[in-house]
Design a protein around this ligand. Sequence first.
Ligand code: ADP
Ligand code: MN
Length: 265
Amino acid sequence: MQKKQDSPDLDKRLDQFDKRLEEMGVRIKDANDLKVREDVFDEITLVSLYKLVHKKWISVIGGSISTGKEANVFYGERNTAGIAIKIYRIRTANFTTMSSYIVGDRRFARVKNSKKELIFAWTRKEFSNLARAREAGISVPEPLVWFRNILVMSFIGEREVPYPQIRNADIGDPEKVYSAILDDIGTLYNKAGLVHGDLSEFNILYGERHYFIDMGQSVTRDHPRAQFFLMRDIKNINRFFKQRCAVREDLEVFYAITGLDTAEP
Ligand code: ADP
Ligand code: MN
């Protein structure tokens, strides 16, 4: 009902959006897929994009790279540098799953109990997790700015094409990559104090090396489920590499990283 009513409006709004962005000097490259746009570009998102353009964080909005469960990712440019623009959908985001990752994280104790607020907090959380990981020396996209439900980060790829997810990549020496990934999980835990929480062959890009991405759900070590998430990350990585090289025991890796000798469920 609601949807039918706002569709003609939306078309008009999107036309105005294009016109306004043009006036602001932004090029829109093949972002004309209305289906994508209808889901992603609600009023709040449009206004937030204007703001990021106005503040010169974004100079080109490019094509859609990915439509995920909770977010869309677009290619973009800031001056001449490639950026990834990740937009969490306010309408369709999975509120229940998201809140279980925010509750228990002291950094976000004051988040209000509304969906919009939660999604803004989630965006801020991904920004801050990426910044922390990067500070600890992990290869992740450089977070540039966040505003409301929009995260702008450096682009991991070549020209306008993202590096493939590691599941589709040609990894030369799997043993070396495996051990480098375990090192990063350890550094993330012990130096950044974080657990990725959704680490798998889907959230690691591979170019000339590996990159962890998608850290919205990452939690601090003191989160009640941190050790459970860590164990799950380790299991996913072991499962993926088992077909490619010799892997260590799940628990042995967990123990080596945490210094604990039991995995709390
Ligand atoms: P989701 O929460 O939807 O899984 P991700 O953060 O995993 O979102 O990103 C989805 C896809 O978008 C990635 O697999 C990758 O192809 C692309 N992507 C995300 N961030 C970047 C980035 N910084 N640079 C290049 N591509 C990216
Ligand atoms: Mn992902």
